[in-house]
Write a protein that binds this ligand. Structure first.
Ligand code: ZN
Length: 103
Protein backbone atom coordinates (compact mmCIF):
# COMPACT_ATOMS: atom_id res chain seq x y z
CA UNK A 1 0.00 0.00 0.00
CA UNK A 2 1.27 3.41 -0.90
CA UNK A 3 1.06 6.35 1.42
CA UNK A 4 -1.10 9.18 0.30
CA UNK A 5 0.59 12.44 -0.47
CA UNK A 6 -0.17 15.33 1.83
CA UNK A 7 -0.15 17.74 -1.12
CA UNK A 8 -1.14 16.88 -4.64
CA UNK A 9 1.42 17.49 -7.34
CA UNK A 10 1.48 20.88 -8.97
CA UNK A 11 0.31 22.92 -5.99
CA UNK A 12 3.72 23.57 -4.44
CA UNK A 13 4.12 27.12 -3.18
CA UNK A 14 6.89 29.29 -4.53
CA UNK A 15 10.15 29.08 -2.64
CA UNK A 16 10.38 31.53 0.22
CA UNK A 17 6.65 32.04 0.49
CA UNK A 18 5.21 31.09 3.86
CA UNK A 19 1.48 31.80 4.16
CA UNK A 20 1.52 31.16 7.91
CA UNK A 21 4.12 33.90 8.35
CA UNK A 22 1.97 36.28 6.33
CA UNK A 23 -0.95 35.60 8.65
CA UNK A 24 1.23 35.93 11.75
CA UNK A 25 2.30 39.39 10.57
CA UNK A 26 -1.34 40.42 10.39
CA UNK A 27 -1.95 39.68 14.07
CA UNK A 28 -2.56 42.74 16.19
CA UNK A 29 0.35 43.71 18.43
CA UNK A 30 0.08 45.02 21.96
CA UNK A 31 2.44 46.69 24.40
CA UNK A 32 3.67 44.35 27.10
CA UNK A 33 6.12 44.28 29.95
CA UNK A 34 8.40 41.28 30.05
CA UNK A 35 7.70 39.04 33.04
CA UNK A 36 11.36 38.17 33.41
CA UNK A 37 13.41 41.31 32.72
CA UNK A 38 10.67 43.93 32.89
CA UNK A 39 11.52 45.35 29.49
CA UNK A 40 8.77 47.01 27.46
CA UNK A 41 8.07 45.29 24.18
CA UNK A 42 5.43 44.86 21.54
CA UNK A 43 3.98 41.46 20.84
CA UNK A 44 0.84 39.47 20.22
CA UNK A 45 -1.82 39.50 22.90
CA UNK A 46 -0.62 36.30 24.61
CA UNK A 47 3.06 37.28 24.73
CA UNK A 48 4.60 37.25 28.21
CA UNK A 49 8.31 37.60 27.52
CA UNK A 50 10.31 39.94 25.31
CA UNK A 51 12.55 37.22 23.95
CA UNK A 52 13.07 33.51 23.91
CA UNK A 53 16.02 33.96 26.27
CA UNK A 54 13.70 35.43 28.92
CA UNK A 55 11.21 32.67 28.34
CA UNK A 56 13.85 30.00 28.86
CA UNK A 57 15.28 31.76 31.92
CA UNK A 58 11.84 31.87 33.52
CA UNK A 59 11.25 28.20 32.86
CA UNK A 60 14.68 27.25 34.16
CA UNK A 61 14.16 29.17 37.40
CA UNK A 62 10.88 27.35 37.93
CA UNK A 63 12.54 23.99 37.35
CA UNK A 64 15.31 24.82 39.81
CA UNK A 65 12.77 25.71 42.50
CA UNK A 66 10.95 22.46 41.84
CA UNK A 67 14.14 20.41 42.17
CA UNK A 68 15.14 22.21 45.37
CA UNK A 69 11.75 21.46 46.93
CA UNK A 70 12.08 17.79 46.14
CA UNK A 71 13.22 15.41 48.91
CA UNK A 72 16.19 13.30 47.87
CA UNK A 73 15.30 9.61 47.50
CA UNK A 74 17.95 8.60 50.07
CA UNK A 75 16.13 10.53 52.80
CA UNK A 76 12.74 9.42 51.69
CA UNK A 77 13.52 5.70 51.88
CA UNK A 78 12.76 4.16 55.27
CA UNK A 79 15.90 3.26 57.22
CA UNK A 80 14.11 0.46 59.06
CA UNK A 81 14.42 -2.70 57.03
CA UNK A 82 14.24 -5.39 59.71
CA UNK A 83 10.66 -6.60 59.74
CA UNK A 84 9.38 -9.67 61.57
CA UNK A 85 9.69 -12.28 58.92
CA UNK A 86 8.70 -15.12 61.29
CA UNK A 87 5.08 -14.16 61.33
CA UNK A 88 3.24 -15.47 58.36
CA UNK A 89 1.52 -12.83 56.40
CA UNK A 90 -2.16 -13.03 57.10
CA UNK A 91 -4.53 -12.02 54.48
CA UNK A 92 -7.64 -10.25 55.49
CA UNK A 93 -10.65 -11.39 53.67
CA UNK A 94 -12.48 -8.80 51.75
CA UNK A 95 -16.00 -8.19 52.74
CA UNK A 96 -18.31 -9.25 50.03
CA UNK A 97 -20.46 -6.52 48.79
CA UNK A 98 -24.08 -6.89 49.47
CA UNK A 99 -26.27 -6.73 46.53
CA UNK A 100 -28.58 -3.81 46.49
CA UNK A 101 -32.05 -5.05 46.13
CA UNK A 102 -35.48 -4.94 47.57
CA UNK A 103 -35.80 -7.15 50.67
ZN1 ZN B 1 12.68 39.99 28.82
Amino acid sequence: MTRTRSKPKGTALPAGYNPAAELAKMRRKYDHKCEWCGKEFRGINVALFCSNACRQANKYSKQKAKIAAMVPPTEKAPAKVAVDSKKPATRTRRKTRRRAGNS
